[in-house]
Design a protein around this ligand. Structure first.
Ligand code: COD
Ligand code: ZN
Ligand code: ZN
Length: 377
């Protein structure tokens, strides 16, 4: 492409300081270096984790920063040594890389690559500790090696995967985070079995994706729990068999769920990010074998306090990041399953806005009005 090797000027949303809304600015994006790829982002969802950076509750972040990690785009140019993609390929950025060489990547049981930004004390620069973004003469930090709130972004090759060139990027961007996280928690991490009873605490975009996973896995009872009853219609459309709101009960939700099911649920998913709800979810599990799956990330530094006899008597507490998927291996197949209409992730997209209206997108998230808002460049 004509832009290869040159600095590109384009739009990006910068969070200059903690607590400030992202502001749309013109940024300069340097060409990719060795083993890096520059991508034209076509569509990007807004995820709660982006909002955590805005609020300053995501650990080890330096500002100013360009966040965004639920994107999809087209390769513009590649740096020396890149072999897995070429300009023009449709790609999804991976917020957990897959280097293919470390102990976790070599183990079939793990998806947290040890060459990840998550293993760095300060994680929001490129692997060589420099940035490809500048604005008004200042260096701007990356985020999760994805920074999809920029029309052009640079990523290491370990953080990118090619997908079907027929895939609609404005839809499959959800596979970069929200959908894969929730769906994988059910089918991959919990391995929900047919006929089982599931409870999902939190019916945001990720919780609804857990609902979809439980349905595909053949669960016979899928109970959605949310304080916002506006979420119930969509949850039922996607597979929830019942929905309940904690404020409608005088008892704790674990007691309500045990009464509803006899001895508790087979699988309980925490998809809110609160340690007190993890405890409630664990207590809601079936005595002797129920599994509680921690999906939501509680605030940095929080601690979990549980009665150990819950585990001694056979309940299990497990958790996963990004649905436990090895993303490079899994995403092309998930996109292909979407193309074959195995699941309807389009139903999770409640709003689509032009990128310039990113502040409106965050407002929709803050007021609980959106499930997923997709921004288009
Ligand atoms: N009881 C019941 N429901 C509640 C409560 C409560 N006390 N508090 C909030 N809720 C509901 C809200 O009404 C809302 O419907 C839902 O919980 C949360 O939904 P969203 O839309 O705010 O958030 P999601 O679904 O986009 O994401 C939620 C997570 C907690 C999963 C997310 O923030 C997170 O922690 N992700 C980290 C885990 C991960 O794998 N991340 C990958 C990269 S982001
Ligand atoms: Zn690795
Ligand atoms: Zn996310």
């Amino acid at each position: 492409m004509a832009t290869a090797g040159k600095v590109i000027k384009c739009k990006a949303a910068i969070i200059w300081e903690v607590g400030q809304m992202p502001s749309v600015e013109e940024v300069e994006v340097a060409p990719p270096r060795s083993h890096e790829i520059r991508v034209k982002i076509v569509a990007t969802g807004i995820c709660r984790t982006d909002d955590h950076v805005l609020k300053g509750i995501f650990p080890n972040i330096e500002y100013p920063v360009i966040v965004g990690h639920e994107g999809a785009g087209i390769v513009e140019s590649i740096g020396p040594g890149v072999t897995s993609v070429k300009p023009g390929d449709k790609v999804i950025p991976l917020c957990i890389p897959q280097c293919g060489e470390c102990g976790c990547c070599l183990s079939p049981k793990a998806n947290c690559c040890l060459k990840s930004h998550l293993c760095e004390p300060l994680q929001n620069l490129m692997p060589d500790k420099t940035s490809r973004f500048t604005c008004k003469g200042k260096q701007i930090h990356h985020f999760l090696w994805t920074s999809t709130f920029s029309e052009y972004t640079v990523m290491p090759e370990v953080s990118i995967v090619r997908i079907d060139n027929d895939a609609p990027l404005d839809k499959v961007c959800l596979f970069a985070c929200g959908f894969s996280t929730g769906y994988g928690a059910a089918v991959n991490c919990a391995k929900v079995d047919p006929g089982s009873t599931c409870a999902i605490f939190g019916l945001g975009g990720v919780g609804l994706s857990v609902v979809m996973g439980c349905k595909v896995a053949g669960a016979s009872r899928i109970i959605g729990i949310d304080i916002n009853k506006d979420k119930f219609t969509k949850a039922k459309e996607l597979g929830a068999t019942e929905c309940i709101a904690p404020q409608d009960f005088k008892k704790p939700m674990n007691e309500v769920l045990v009464e509803m099911t006899g001895l508790g649920v087979d699988y309980a998913f925490e998809v809110i990010g609160r340690t007190d709800i993890v405890v409630t979810a664990l207590k809601s599990c079936h005595l002797g074998h129920g599994t509680c799956v921690l999906v939501g990330a509680p605030p940095a530094g929080s601690q979990l306090s549980i009665d150990p006899t819950l585990l001694l008597t056979g309940k299990k507490l497990i958790g996963c990041l990004l649905g436990g998927w090895k993303l490079k291996d899994a995403l092309p197949q998930l996109v292909s399953d979407y193309m074959k209409k195995k699941f309807n992730t389009d139903a999770l997209i409640s709003h689509t806005l032009p990128f310039e209206k990113i502040a409106e997108g965050f407002e929709l998230l803050h007021t609980g009005k959106s499930i997923r808002c997709v921004l288009l460049f």
